[in-house]
Design a protein around this ligand. Structure first.
Ligand code: C2E
Ligand code: MG
Ligand code: MG
Length: 845
């Protein structure tokens, strides 16, 4: 190894003393030549500078060299080198130091990139320049030739050393490339083996040694080296054939190798090349993946919970059997559906939110209880847990675990029901009542509505328990619960607080006026008799009522005040209700009092019938009377029908009262007959309720028979509206009455919507023009026209026309001029007591 001026010369080798001697002999350099150069030292020293300048000028003409010399002070350094060279050349020694110096200089030139042809060219330039300079300086030709020959020999010797450095550098370069290639091949995980056509292994890397278990330093003959039969056989074939290319996989012990064996040409030589890859790990990974996929597939399919993979938009991508059972759809159907399709409308936003949260990475999983829509339409309670899953391509989906928790929910609900409901009746208990009342108050406050609390207590319930036993008592409580349910709306709450105490909550009421009728309905419903063990029991209850917001701002106040009202109701006498606030009581009480008095009016004989006469327009004689009901009050005053008939209609009391009027009027008519008074028609008003009552004809027949009134004396007044509802049945009823001989008239005609032609189908005898038309006939042309038309049309249908409410002479005159048949009105007579009519009849008015 050589060393440079500043250190080692990489890989450059000096020449041995034997080689030096050999070369000196070959270049014919001996002591004479060296002595000659020592002698020429002065001359050469003189020409050296000249030669150097000529060389520099020569080099600068060539761009590749001038570039190198352009570097700072390069020429100076070069000139100094030349000076030293001439000094060495003429020193008279050609020893190891001289040689090493030349090699070092040559190596330096080679390193700066001076190619050998240019280097040798520079020596040539020296020789030419020296030849000329020496020739000029010669003492004689012999001396010139001798000196120049010595210079020529030494410079050629130096050139041989320079070429040595280049050869050496190239060799080094090749060695490095070879090392590099060997390192690469040695370190790659692929096995490489190159075999020449004689079957000698030329290249073998460690990977293939390991793969084929080749013994280190084994034979180079491939047949002896490679023992693996599947490869050995193929190598033999590959060496035989002129073309060979095969890819194959072999198992060598635990290893799996994928091999490529092919004929190739390397550096002009045909070879057989084996490249092998150990695929044991990928194969094992694939097998492991397959096993895990299989395990997943079986576990997924067989899982006792519903499992699914769903896309980012909720589409079902993969579902297991259990999930299909839970939702009732098969796999093919679910493939066209989304998670949201099985959700209730109100849950869909939550579904989207959950998916968005998982997609954003805000949480690792989302779990919640929700109801799923089964294909059949019923709801299934489930716990749905979703986790995000990123595929290797980045695609996001969700793994969804759906657990059917309907049984647990049912148990929870049952428990909750137990905790919130009364065991005997199944009604709400105190806890639920409080909750519902809070809700009702909150709702009413928001909506500006009214909420009512009704505290209901059965009066003397203890008696039932004591006398009939607890079982009977329970039956009463159960029945009361049922009846309360019948009286209430869907959103109302009925609670039992224990014993015989019940509470009703009526939320969301538009006005407090609705409460009293309901309280009354509850009392009435409870009062209906019930039979227990052969005993008839009519539970009587008392009710205390508080209204939100008037009677209390919160639950406690509302319950306390309803309770207070209940005690007041009990004080007042049982079987009634009481509002917490007084003015509400007063209003409802008036009507209720009237109603309850009306119930007793018949038995207390408080009704009287007055009669209003009807006159024939042409003769002025009384031809009929209309029976009109009045209610005598305790103070002797008479209440008109307008004040109580509507309540009687509502409560159904009109049916017995109407029958009483009919019997009274018929009896009266028979009495006048018996008294020998002139015979007149007796008109009696029939109400809708009466008219619809089954057995109407039988009732009338009985009344006529029992009072001795003849059918043709009786006229029944019905209104237009009664004809409208189910006209066929009405016509049949009227025909039967007509067949009995009873007269029929339409009261208040003109106020309804029936046309005269419509009336043709009914057996009607008379029309009574409503008082409102008669009132205006003399002042309003329209009223006059209507009255006139009614008269003309009625006559064309052979009906008698009666005008009601005639109060003035002008009205009378108009009606007479229009040929109205009969009139009834204050102008002639108000409705009066039967005696007064008798007097009129007797007077022959
Ligand atoms: P209605 O059947 O049309 O009876 C005629 C009403 O007109 C009577 O009123 C009578 O007093 C009144 N009236 C008669 N002439 C005049 C008049 O010149 N001027 C004024 N201002 N009024 C006159 P009333 O007795 O108050 O009866 C009102 C209504 O009550 C009756 O109208 C009838 O619909 C009904 N009503 C009366 N009694 C009974 C009954 O026993 N049963 C049924 N169902 N309804 C009855
Ligand atoms: Mg009438
Ligand atoms: Mg009338």
């Amino acid at each position: 190894m050589l060393s440079t001026a500043d250190g080692a010369i990489d890989g450059a080798e000096t020449i041995s003393p034997a080689e030096l001697a050999r070369r000196m002999s070959f270049y014919e350099i001996g002591p004479d030549e060296l002595a000659c150069l020592v002698e020429a030292r002065a001359t050469l020293g003189q020409v050296q500078q000249q030669c150097t300048q000529a060389l520099h000028a020569h080099m600068l003409q060539f761009s590749n060299l001038s570039g190198m010399l352009a570097k700072e002070n390069s020429l100076g350094v070069l000139a100094e080198a030349h000076r030293r060279y001439f000094a060495d050349m003429t020193a008279g020694r050609l020893d190891q130091d001289y040689v090493d110096n030349r090699l070092r200089v040559g190596y330096a030139h080679q390193r700066i990139g001076l190619e050998p042809q240019w280097y040798l060219g520079a020596y040539r330039k020296y020789l030419s320049e020296l030849m000329l300079a020496l020739y000029r300086e010669r003492s004689d030709d012999q001396a010139f030739l001798q000196t120049y020959d010595a210079v020529l020999k030494l410079i050629c010797f130096d050139m041989s050393l320079a070429i040595d450095t280049y050869i050496h550098a190239d060799r080094q370069h090749i060695v490095r490339l070879k090392d590099y290639a060997e390192q690469v091949i040695g370190s790659i995980p692929c096995g490489v083996m190159v075999i020449d056509l004689q079957g000698q292994v030329c290249t073998l890397n460690p990977a293939i040694e390991a793969m084929l278990d080749l013994p280190p330093g084994g034979p180079r003959q491939v047949g002896a080296l490679v023992r693996e039969p599947a490869i050995g056989r193929r190598i033999a074939l590959g060496l035989e054939r002129s073309y060979f290319h095969e890819e194959f996989v072999i198992a060598n012990g635990n290893r799996h190798l994928r091999c490529l064996l092919s004929r190739a040409v390397l550096t002009g030589k045909e070879v057989l090349m084996l490249i092998a890859e150990d695929i044991t790990v990928p194969l094992q990974a694939r097998a492991a993946l397959h096993d895990s996929e299989e395990r997943f597939r079986v576990a997924f399919g067989q899982a006792a919970v519903g499992l699914a993979q769903i896309a980012r938009d909720g589409r079902w991508l993969r579902v297991n059997r259990k999930l299909q059972q839970i939702l009732g759809y098969d796999e093919a159907q679910l493939a066209h559906m989304r998670l949201q399709d099985s959700s209730l409308e109100e849950d869909r936003d939550a579904d989207e939110q959950a998916m968005a949260m998982l997609a954003s990475g805000a949480c690792a999983d989302v779990s919640r209880d929700k109801r799923c829509l089964h294909k059949d339409g019923h709801l299934v309670w489930t716990t749905v847990t979703m986790s995000p899953m990123r595929a290797s391509d980045g695609e996001l989906s969700f793994i969804c675990v759906v657990e059917d928790i309907s049984q647990r929910k049912a148990a929870e609900l049952a428990l909750l029901h137990q905790a919130t409901h009364d065991a005997l009746t199944g009604l709400a208990n105190r806890a639920l009542l409080q909750d519902r009342l809070d809700q009702a108050i909150a709702f009413a406050r928001r909506a500006g509505h009214i909420a009512a609390v009704l505290f209901i207590d059965l009066d003397r319930f203890k008696n039932i328990n004591d006398s009939l036993g607890h079982e009977a008592g329970d039956d009463v409580i159960l029945e009361v619960g049922r009846r309360l349910q019948m009286c209430t709306r869907a959103g109302d709450t009925i609670a039992r607080l224990g014993g015989d105490e019940f509470v009703l909550i009526l939320p969301n009421l538009a006005s407090g006026d609705q409460v009293a009728p309901l309280a009354q309905a509850v009392l009435d419903a409870l009062m209906e008799p019930m039979v227990l063990g052969g005993h008839e029991v009519s539970p009587v209850a008392s009710i205390g009522i508080s209204l939100f917001p008037r009677d209390g701002a919160d639950r406690q106040a509302m319950l306390k005040n309803a309770d207070t009202a209940l005690y007041r109701a009990k004080d007042r006498g049982r079987g009634c209700f009481q509002f917490y606030a007084q003015e509400m009581n007063a209003r409802t009480l008036d009507r209720l009092a009237l109603e309850s008095r009306l119930r007793h009016a018949l038995e207390r004989r408080e009704f009287v019938v007055h009669y209003q006469p009807q006159f024939d327009v042409a003769s002025g004689a009384i031809v009929g009377t209309e029976a009109l009901l009045r209610w005598q009050q305790a103070d002797g005053s008479l209440l008109g029908p307008a004040d109580f008939i509507p309540i009687a209609e509502e409560t159904g009391l009109i049916v017995p009262i109407g029958e009483w009027v009919l019997r009274t009027a018929c009896a009266q008519r028979a009495a006048w007959q018996a008294a020998g008074l002139p015979g007149v028609r007796m008109a009696v008003n029939l109400s809708v309720r009466q008219f619809q009552q089954a057995g109407l004809e039988a009732m009338i027949e009985a009344a006529l028979r029992e009072t001795g009134c003849r059918a043709e004396w009786l006229e029944l007044e019905i209104t237009e509206s009664m004809l409208m509802d189910r006209p066929d049945e009405v016509a049949a009823t009227l025909h039967r009455l007509n067949a009995m001989g009873v007269q029929l008239s339409i009261d208040d005609f003109g106020t309804g919507y029936s046309s005269l032609t419509y009336l043709k189908r009914f057996p009607i005898h008379a029309l009574k023009i409503d008082r409102s038309f008669v009132l205006d006939v003399t002042t309003d042309e329209d009223a006059a026209a209507i009255a006139r038309a009614i008269v003309v049309l009625a006559h064309s249908m052979k009906l008698t026309v009666v005008a009601e409410g005639v109060e003035t002479q002008a009205q009378w005159d108009f009606l007479r001029a229009e040929a109205c048949d009969q009139v009834q009105g204050f102008l002639m007579s108000r409705p009066v007591a039967a005696d007064a009519i008798a007097a009129l009849l007797a007077a022959g008015a």
